[in-house]
Design a protein around this ligand. Structure first.
Ligand code: CA
Length: 262
């Protein structure tokens, strides 16, 4: 490959099994969710604004992340890349819609830590989520920027009450609209056996975390899991657009090691 003049100290790259699925649901006329599931970016954006403006906002957000500078296969994304891409998305939406439309963003980027070991950068704005599963554990990494999540954090309502709360759709941070468009960022180790789920709230308002975890367990391939999660959300009512991206870390390949047969 051209341009690879610097060799990292730990030339390990991960092999992913990627799946994605989206559906406008049973009630909404449009699908205002957008997603990107192409190494190294795994992202879901949930647009809001009505009259197709939400679709424009989430589409522009994904376009900003699909920028060719970000999508160099095998080249890890940096924290600065993520912050700049999110800022580009925010500007692009404000310019195109006059701040009348916005979008959430939840994303995981294949990256490296300071030592050069494989890592994930996870970013979110709004109430779309990133979860991680590993050896039977199932954890939400992101913290929703939403009114109901603030109530959960203060102990005033439970997670399950939040799922059916009348103001569950009110986000306190978004790209393209409002005053706060800063992403929260996480860096976590990436290793084989792990699976990440990136999803819009159309999944998490229909299904409890336990159901989501169990569907992931029953579907070993990422595409099978993505299809099954969307099908379950539709079966439960499909009251919103639903989008999921599933990324399984299959293997870590040491690029310096001799290639063996098989
Ligand atoms: Ca939604």
């Amino acid at each position: 490959m051209a341009g690879g003049e610097e060799t990292p100290e730990h030339p390990t790259h991960l092999v992913f099994d990627v799946g994605a699925a989206t559906d406008r649901g049973a009630i909404r006329e449009l699908n205002e969710d957008s997603y990107l599931a192409r190494e190294p970016v795994f992202a879901v954006a949930d647009g809001m604004g009505g009259h197709e403006a939400g679709e424009v906002a989430s589409g522009l957000c994904i376009e900003a992340l699909a920028d060719e500078d970000m999508l160099v296969p095998g080249q890890p994304v940096t924290m600065l890349d993520v912050v700049l891409a999110v800022r580009r998305a925010d500007w692009a939406i404000r310019e195109a819609t006059g701040s009348r439309a916005g979008t959430t963003l939840a994303a995981a980027f294949s990256a490296q830590d300071d030592e050069g070991a494989p890592a994930w950068i996870v970013a979110n704005v709004g109430d779309s989520r990133v979860y991680v599963t590993d050896h039977g554990e199932f954890d939400q990494i992101t913290v929703d920027h939403s009114e109901v999540w603030e109530l959960v954090a203060r102990g005033e309502i439970t997670r399950e009450e939040a799922r059916v709360h009348p103001r569950r759709n009110v986000v306190t941070r978004a790209l393209g609209t409002g005053y706060d468009a800063d992403p929260d960022l996480w860096l976590l180790p990436a290793f084989p056996g792990q699976r990440l789920l990136v999803c819009s709230d159309g999944l998490t308002t229909e299904l409890e975390d336990l159901e989501i975890a169990s569907i992931l367990r029953r579907n070993p391939t990422s595409q099978g899991a993505a299809d099954a999660l969307v099908a379950a959300a539709l079966e439960s009512g499909g009251r919103d657009n639903v989008t999921v991206v599933v990324v399984g870390v299959e293997a870590a390949v040491d690029d310096a090691a001799p290639v063996s047969e098989g």
